[in-house]
Design a protein around this ligand. Structure first.
Ligand SMILES: C[S@@+](CC[C@H](N)C(=O)[O-])C[C@H]1O[C@@H](n2cnc3c(N)ncnc32)[C@H](O)[C@@H]1O
Length: 272
């Protein structure tokens, strides 16, 4: 069968749609990436061109979701940038729990769930009796495929061995019978998944004390970053803490946060 190639005008159409829908910028260097990531969808949907795939997706919501799923980069792992969880979050949790028995958290681009489950494991290790505190971790992502996977809380050997010590594997997971590992219910019960597009925000159930928005804004331009961090600030309590990726900064992006340094780990505090 003849391989279908992505034409320049088709790339521009798809890149424009992705930018408007989810903020991800695809410049000319991403032509091979778009071609390879969407190639399978073209074939499976019996399309004879990328244009036809794009046109079908405009009239078919599940197909449009698959298109976005295919383009988004969902790279993640347990305890990614481990000092954020082992040092900074421990410190923040101890501060909150000295004052109150309630913490609301938001993992704002949770991908396949490793980030929020890492938070939940750290909390479980800090507070053995989780019933004595009210903890909610709202986990959101634009990718429905990632959220479906995350909500099952079941991971492969490969995923388990990226960031999880043997001690934590044994403490927080059970063998699932199919060679994979399922997270324990006490940890699972702290997290709640829902679809959410950072570019088209809808109100969430809480004002959050701690928000993690890591390794997603790197795909956005400055105007989009300004817009999403402004919305995130609106969704936080005054004095709440925002954690972004270790290679990211808020300089020139938002004046609604002040930069803080805990033992060399940077986070941002919402100004009142
Ligand atoms: C590289 S992953 C980061 C996952 C996790 N935060 C971490 O640092 O390991 C980026 C995630 O952002 C999500 N994403 C991309 N654009 C988004 C948008 N407009 N709204 C919400 N999530 C988005 C992707 O689906 C993907 O799961």
């Amino acid at each position: 069968m003849r391989a279908i190639s992505l034409q320049q005008d088709e790339f521009e159409l798809i890149a424009g749609y992705i930018y408007n829908h989810c903020g991800i910028m695809l410049d000319e260097t991403k032509v091979p990436l778009v071609e390879s990531r969407l190639g399978d969808l073209v074939t499976r949907n019996n399309c004879d061109s990328y244009l036809q795939l794009y046109q079908k997706a405009q009239m078919n919501t599940p197909l449009a979701e698959s298109l976005v799923d295919a383009i988004t980069t969902n790279e993640t792992s347990f305890f990614r940038d481990s000092k954020v969880f082992e040092s900074l979050l421990m410190h923040l949790f101890e501060g909150y729990l000295d004052k109150s028995n309630r913490i609301n958290m938001w993992s704002a681009a949770c991908s396949f769930g490793q980030e929020p489950y890492t938070i939940a494991m750290v909390l479980k290790e800090l507070i053995n009796d989780l019933l004595r505190v009210q903890i909610q971790i709202t986990c959101t992502d634009i990718s429905t495929e990632a959220l479906t996977y995350a909500s099952k809380g079941i991971y492969t050997d490969f995923e388990m061995n990226r960031g999880l010590s043997m001690l934590r594997q044994n403490r927080h997971f059970q063998k699932n019978g199919d060679g994979r590992y399922k997270i324990n219910d006490d940890v699972r019960s702290l997290v709640h998944f829902r679809p959410f597009n950072l570019l088209k925000p809808k109100p969430l159930p809480h004002l959050y004390d701690i928000v993690l928005c890591r390794n997603v804004a790197i795909y956005f331009d400055t105007a989009t970053k300004q817009q999403i961090f402004d919305h995130i600030a609106n969704q936080m309590v005054d004095g709440g803490c925002l954690i972004i990726g270790s290679s990211e900064m808020l300089i020139g992006i938002s004046t609604r946060f002040e930069r803080r340094d805990w033992n060399g780990i940077i986070y941002y505090q919402k100004v009142a």
